[in-house]
Design a protein around this ligand. Structure first.
Ligand SMILES: NC(=O)c1ccc[n+]([C@@H]2O[C@H](COP(=O)([O-])OP(=O)(O)OC[C@H]3O[C@@H](n4cnc5c(N)ncnc54)[C@H](OP(=O)(O)O)[C@@H]3O)[C@@H](O)[C@H]2O)c1
Length: 342
């Protein structure tokens, strides 16, 4: 049995993908920069490969990593300690795409991002856009671009603020519904593709949790989990938010990117109608019908129309739902589509 390569294996999604693949009985090659961080994965059965600080620029290292593998899970980090976030992203992307092109790997799952369809600069998401475009050019490659929403784990960064100031705050508006997903719901989806290799050509899959939340709701949930259910959410003006990010250790470039991403996602989320909330059961049956009709249709789904998606909740119960149409290609688009193939 060939190995499956997982890059960014020590990261939030990567280590979960490794664990899922090991649980499925796959042979996994976990790639990172230091053996120290990879050790727990090696102890759980992965073939750990550390390439040093410039692992993703080291052609020899990457060639050895991609030798004799059936599939690869790849991502580009958003290094908030970097002076120039995109510069590092591009080095990682270019290194990985070259290594994939030079290897025999024919199946790749990329952890991309919502908004990756945009050519305009939106924080670190432009890195995901570039990654997709370059993989598109590798002849004979079968790819899945996973485009998840905002990670729920990002809210953990606010714990120090909550503890210190007794409030929760970000740049989002308090009552706008916002899509999020837990990383543990992304990993099984990636692992299934990698283990079964049941995809051909170019596939895009948006991922979101079971339902959207407003920042007010998220704050209530966070507060309740630490025994402080009455914590208030405060929308920070950009200047205040930026100062907070800098004092939390982000570089100016990374702080600007965070603000850009929040502005863009708020623009999209604000345009979506709140409307009366449908019950999950109703959403499911409506979505199932829609999904069935898409499955039985010979037409490719139009990515700019109302489309169904396969969603998953943090409780790992996959659910289906139908959502509003996207705001169009020129905006930071949020769609929950079924897999689209080309
Ligand atoms: N955060 C979100 O809300 C969100 C939403 C949608 C999509 N995404 C996408 O998800 C991806 C990030 O996934 P993740 O959160 O799982 O990754 P992550 O945990 O931030 O990082 C993954 C790994 O990248 C390595 N790394 C960090 N800085 C690096 C650098 N300067 N050079 C080379 N390697 C570096 C680290 O591994 P080693 O130290 O072991 O090398 C780290 O464990 C991004 O492409 C992002 O756009 C994020």
């Amino acid at each position: 049995m060939d190995h499956i390569v997982v890059t960014g294996a020590t990261g939030r999604v990567g280590h979960l993908v490794v664990d899922e693949l090991l649980a499925l009985g796959c042979r996994v090659r976990a790639v990172g920069r230091t053996m120290e961080k990879l050790r727990p994965l090696a102890e759980r059965g992965a073939d750990a490969r550390a390439g040093g600080p410039r692992a993703y620029e080291d052609r020899g290292f990457l060639a050895s990593v991609f030798k004799g593998v059936s599939a690869a899970f790849v991502l580009t980090p958003v290094d908030v300690a970097a002076k120039d976030v995109n510069e590092i992203q591009y080095k990682v992307i270019d290194g990985l795409v070259s290594a994939i092109r030079d290897s025999n790997v024919k199946h790749v799952v990329l952890l991309s991002s919502w908004g990756a369809e945009l050519e305009t600069q939106v924080g670190g998401i432009i890195g995901c856009h570039r990654f997709e475009k370059l993989l598109d050019q590798v002849p004979g490659l079968n790819v899945v671009y996973l485009r998840p929403a905002w990670f729920m784990e990002n809210f953990l960064w606010n714990i120090p603020l909550i503890k210190l100031a007794g409030i929760n705050g970000l740049g989002f508006k308090p009552n706008v519904l916002f899509p999020t997903i837990a990383t543990r719901d992304i990993a099984p989806i990636a692992a299934k593709y990698l283990a079964t290799l049941d995809f051909q050509g170019r596939n895009v899959r948006y991922l979101n949790g079971a339902r959207d939340y407003t920042m007010t709701e998220i704050t209530r949930i966070l507060g309740a989990s630490i025994g402080r259910p009455h914590i208030k959410y405060v929308e920070f003006p950009d200047g205040v938010f930026r100062k907070g990010l800098l004092s939390a250790g982000l570089t100016p470039n990374a702080a600007d990117f965070a603000i850009q991403s929040i502005e863009a996602s708020t623009r999209v989320s604000s345009r979506r109608k709140l409307g009366p909330r449908r019950t999950l059961r109703r959403q499911r049956s409506k979505s199932s019908r829609r999904l069935r009709s898409l499955r039985h249709s010979t037409q490719r789904p139009n990515p700019d129309s109302v489309i169904a998606s396969v969603d998953c909740s943090s409780a790992r119960s996959s659910s289906l739902r139908v959502t509003a149409p996207s705001s169009g290609p020129s905006a930071f688009a949020w769609r929950r589509d079924q897999e689209t193939q080309s």
